[in-house]
Design a protein around this ligand. Structure first.
Ligand code: SF4
Length: 324
């Protein structure tokens, strides 16, 4: 199996503002993030809008250049690759976008859309490319008869299937799915999630699944990272994070997920206030301005990501409640 990804101390900062007699400031969108995605597994990344999830995904795909840290795909260190090496790498790393309508050109037929990556990377001859396109349509549950149709002739779910087929065209090892089902109806979401899972089992590729929707992430992930203001605040196996959350932010996010059973009562830990501006991060623990369990030292001391207990070094949390 291929597609093992290792991320260490990844940081991405942006210069904001500045101008005549005005000082610019720095916004840290991704702050010292480390995690692993074993080959053939899915890492779900959750957090509120603007927490840095998509910037992290773009850095992994080398669509954005990180300021510090390393990204390794199956022993290949990605930073510093030459242009040609990066072009070849793009075959192995693909993306599925949130809005299938916006990500497909309205002027191109489905055949043209799916042939494009194969032609760009000069894969096979014209006949084998067409055969691959037909194979891809079958893989995502669409008929060959749709080849000469345009995106506007499809439903949202069908368009996202085309987006998935395009991402799979070059047989990638790793896919970033950035809010890939957020624009779809709930009934269609589960179909697309099951499709992604089936393809993973058939082809052994790995996913970074970015979403603000915890129910969706729980459905598809093997491991989960919870992000707040550019930092991972909790990381672990999906079952451990969803059934035994440790960080107060993870608890609050989970308690906000609606439950179908009226007898099942969630704890009332609704988050107070808005997410602070990343340009003026709170001191100490960045979550202390909204945390229901805040302590005196939380506004002063910066918590580090560490194991919840010595018996499980895979479940990590960034919170003073768990530091000696
Ligand atoms: Fe809350 Fe303090 Fe833990 Fe931050 S360190 S999450 S403020 S208890």
């Amino acid at each position: 199996m291929k597609g093992a990804l290792t991320v260490r101390n990844l940081t991405r900062r942006f210069r904001v503002g500045g101008g005549f007699l005005r000082r610019s400031s720095w916004l840290t969108a991704v702050d010292d993030v480390s995690f692993d995605i074993p080959a053939g597994t899915t890492f779900g990344l959750v957090g509120e809008s603007g927490c840095g999830k998509s910037t992290l995904g773009r850095c992994l795909l080398q669509l954005d250049v990180a300021d510090a840290g390393t990204i390794t795909l199956d022993e290949v260190e990605l930073s510093g690759l030459k242009k040609r090496e990066l072009f070849d790498l793009r075959k192995r790393m693909q993306v599925i976008f949130q809005d299938p309508y916006a990500s497909l050109s309205p002027r191109r037929t489905i055949a043209q859309t799916l042939l494009e990556p194969l032609e760009t990377h000069e894969v096979g001859d014209a006949q084998s490319r067409l055969a691959r396109v037909v194979e891809l349509l079958k893989l995502v549950g669409l008929r060959e008869s749709v080849l000469h149709r345009y995106p506007h002739e499809f439903s949202g779910g069908q368009r996202q299937r085309v987006g998935i087929a395009r991402a799979l065209a070059l047989r990638p090892d790793f896919i970033v799915a950035d809010e890939a089902v957020s624009a779809l109806d709930v009934s269609v979401q589960s179909q697309v999630l099951n499709l992604l899972r089936d393809i993973q089992q058939q082809q052994g590729l790995s996913y970074l699944f970015i979403s603000h929707d915890l129910a969706v992430v729980q459905h598809i992930s093997d491991h989960v990272g919870v992000m707040y203001l550019g930092q991972l605040v909790e990381v672990g196996a999906a079952d451990a994070v969803f059934w035994s959350p440790k960080h107060p932010y993870t608890e609050a996010l989970l308690n906000a997920v609606p439950v179908a059973d009226p007898k099942h009562k969630r704890a009332n830990t609704a988050l107070q206030g808005d997410v602070p501006s990343p340009l003026q991060k709170p001191t100490g623990c960045p979550f202390h301005t909204r945390c229901p369990k805040v302590m005196a030292k939380c506004s002063v001391d910066v918590p580090q990501l560490g194991a919840v207990d010595a018996s499980d070094t895979t479940h990590l949390v960034r919170c003073h409640l768990y530091t000696p």
